[in-house]
Design a protein around this ligand. Structure first.
Ligand code: GAL
Length: 715
């Protein structure tokens, strides 16, 4: 009977979608490329998460990964149209784990959660309302799926129990059975898309990392930021003038503190909330000269904007016909899905920023709190609904600004507060106003499942210890930034830890060759540069759902409490980072299988085990995989375009090869083949003697790497 139902519903899908059914006859799945399948259910909407973006799947790179089998039968995935909506179901197995489903801050494993995926500023609960509610999941069985709809999608991730379940939960008596659970076992992952059809994209593995890589490559591959983007960023107080910014920069120089990008907050603009995107003539009388002055010192300028247009600027009248029915902070809301809007905004941005030498944007408030954002009854001239635009607004702004920089053959790197599926190749990193250090690290981990980047930016701190701990983690993230927009903090605000902050910021700059290569691997192979441990081979950490304490007011159903490791992560191929948080002197670190070594000393620390470490305040615990090759620049304060010597650190005893990446660091010429992979090999003979060799392709020369020297860290 069950089988029959699936058969009928699948046939119904094929009929509704008008797709030719496969030769099996039962499903509408069509192979897109190696290990990627697509099914159209019903009539998918014209606008989806990918349709409005400029992305080209990296099919060659996906094909090089080889074919993949799905660990589930396509027939077991069901979808049907009910009541004008699409219901989708994936089967779950007993020990299966589900990751992804948006930028969550508190949980890594998502089984057991109910969410409505809805773009919003994160409000403290993993309920689906977040900056990047990407409807993509990765299963520990080695496959994943994208529900490609720009609607608010409901998800029941292992919570709903069907009468026709293959693995029904045990019925228990709450009166007498201590194992009674408020959420009985569920073998379902169910989605509700409020539309009469949707496209579903399935990704094969075999490993979870392979699933993520296929997903990222399908989205155009990861972003390769300009090299300067990986240096240290500092955002100045909102009303700073050009003179004050220059004084701040001089202070960085005096102290020998690294600085790559200065971020200007709303006060650079003549009006903000709503915005003119024009320079304020009192604080910045000579914007071009100001930006040039910084550029000459190899410091880039990034400017804050939000989407809402002020009646006071030169843009208002031009853009007004292409804006929505409602205002936000009394500003009109451009309908970025229209070609006319894209043109008008690009012209304006080009005139006032790109042509004046500005390197990029921090695009704020495109996630929106309901209290001030346009409501879902707002109407837009494109005819796209308010709901659809809410889900893709951040993506559209990323697209328009990226296209502008691309047409000038300049790479940009900036910040954004909203993203969704499809933005993997866009040069933007998500940040927010929420400020929980631990949760910021969990978000860092989760970003790697869903093809986006996150920065745990530093703003303020109650004490020197917290300041240093936050600085240490942000320096191991996709964007190392101090955001002093509100209270004017400086890296040296806590003199007790000034030296240690400077050390880790310098280390960040030293690591750029390694980080840049990790990003190249993101762009070329889809491998996230900062990754969840769960994507690392040989990682085994136990997650337990402990029966909750019964409490008449706080927990009347004795709901289970999940205990999972969510505070350590991988950076690039070889570094394991295990941050400490204020108030902690020691912590446990789960080491995956294989030998691991201390980053600072090269000493062996363990293998496939849980170790307890007590590193002192100055250092963030970092461990290197056996055979790890870490190329380092000297301690530079600026990311310029010169060649700098590379110290190649080698850890452990295993022979290994590392492919260091280099290109001009600033343009898109690498897409036309203007790049190098420098092969670094360390051979180890039978007596344990190491011999390193660097192979630059013949006839080629590097852009920013000078002489190479080896340092063998492990005795
Ligand atoms: C907030 C943003 C902050 C800062 C501020 C300026 O929305 O998250 O980082 O830019 O706006 O008004």
């Amino acid at each position: 009977m069950k089988k029959y139902w699936i058969f009928i519903s699948a046939l119904c899908i094929c009929a509704c979608s008008g797709k030719v059914s496969t030769d099996k006859g039962e499903t509408g799945w069509q192979k897109e490329t190696s290990g990627v399948w697509i099914m159209s259910v019903g009539t998918p909407e014209k606008v989806n998460l990918l349709s409005e973006l400029h992305i080209t799947p990296k099919v060659d790179a996906i094909q090089r990964m080889g074919e993949a089998d799905l660990p589930i039968s396509e027939q077991d995935i069901t979808a049907e149209l009910v009541d004008g909506k699409t219901y989708i179901r994936f089967p779950l197995e007993k020990d299966e784990k589900i990751f992804g489903l948006g930028l969550n801050f508190k949980t890594v494993e998502q089984r057991g959660r109910i969410m409505r995926l809805h773009v919003d500023h994160y409000g403290g609960t993993d309920d689906g309302r977040t900056h990047a509610p990407v409807p993509f999941f990765v299963s520990s069985r080695g496959y994943g799926a994208l529900i490609n709809s720009a609607r608010y999608i409901d998800v029941w991730c292992g919570t709903s129990v069907r009468k026709d379940s293959k693995n029904p939960p045990v019925v228990r008596d709450r009166n007498t059975d201590k194992q009674w659970a408020a959420q009985p076992y569920s073998d379902n992952l169910e989605f509700l898309v409020p539309a009469e059809g949707v496209e579903i994209v399935l990704f094969g593995g075999p490993t979870m990392l392979d699933v993520v890589r296929r997903f990222n490559l399908y989205n155009g591959g990861g972003v390769l930021p300009p090299k300067w983007g990986l240096g240290f960023w500092h955002r100045v107080p909102t009303l700073f003038s050009d003179k004050e910014v220059n004084e701040e920069v001089a202070e960085f120089e005096k102290r020998g503190f690294p600085l790559s990008v200065i971020g200007l907050e709303p006060g650079w603009m003549s009006r903000s909330y709503p915005c003119t995107y024009e320079w304020d003539a009192t604080r910045f009388p000579d914007p071009e000269g100001f930006v040039k002055g910084l550029n000459d010192k190899h410091i880039k300028t990034n400017v804050w904007i939000n989407p809402y247009v002020s009646p006071d600027g030169e843009l208002y009248e031009k853009i007004e016909p292409y804006t929505g029915s409602h205002t936000v902070w009394c500003g009109i809301v451009p309908d970025y899905s229209l070609p006319e809007t894209k043109k008008i905004m690009t012209d304006h941005f080009k005139k006032h920023q790109l042509d004046k030498g500005v390197s990029g944007y921090k695009m704020d408030e495109n996630d929106g709190f309901d209290s001030w954002l346009w409501p879902d009854v707002a109407k837009f001239p494109s005819g796209n609904s308010a709901e659809q635009l809410r889900q893709i607004y951040g993506s559209l702004m990323q697209d328009v600004t990226t296209q502008m920089y691309r047409s000038a053959n300049k790479r940009t790197y900036g910040l954004v507060r909203a993203a969704n599926a499809g933005t993997t190749s866009y040069p933007y990193v998500i940040y927010n106003d929420y400020y929980n250090h631990r949760d910021f690290i969990t978000a860092l981990i989760n970003s790697s499942f869903i093809g986006i980047l996150w920065t745990p930016e530093v703003r303020s701190s109650g004490n020197a210890e917290e300041w240093l701990r936050r600085m240490q983690t942000v320096c191991f993230s996709p964007l190392a930034m101090l955001n002093a927009w509100a209270d004017g903090t400086k890296p040296w605000s806590f003199p007790e830890v000034e030296k240690a902050v400077q050390e880790v910021a310098s280390l960040r700059t030293q690591l750029i060759p390694y980080l840049y290569t990790a990003f190249a691997d993101y762009a070329f192979y889809g491998t996230p540069p900062v990754r969840a441990m769960n994507l690392e081979p040989g990682y085994q950490a136990k997650t337990t759902d402990e029966q909750g304490e019964l409490d008449a007011t706080k927990n009347p159903y004795a709901m289970a409490v999940r205990r999972e490791v969510k505070d350590q992560f991988m950076v690039g191929p070889s570094l394991l980072v295990a941050p400490l948080f204020a108030g902690e002197e020691e912590r446990q670190v789960v080491l995956p299988q294989g030998k691991w070594y201390d980053f600072y000393t090269g000493k062996y620390v363990g293998e496939g085990e849980v170790i307890t470490v007590k590193p002192g305040l100055d250092k963030i615990p970092v461990y290197v995989k056996d055979g790890g090759i870490i190329p380092l620049w000297p301690k530079l304060t600026k990311v310029d375009t010169e060649k700098h010597p590379i110290e190649i650190r080698y850890y452990g005893k295993k022979p290994s090869i590392y492919e260091l990446y280099d290109d001009d660091g600033e343009t898109y010429d690498y897409e036309r083949g203007e790049y190098l992979r420098i092969s670094i090999e360390v051979k180890v003979d039978s007596e344990g003697k190491k011999k390193g060799e660097v192979r630059v392709p013949e006839g080629k020369s590097t852009w920013s790497y000078g002489d190479f020297s080896f340092k063998y860290m492990t005795e």
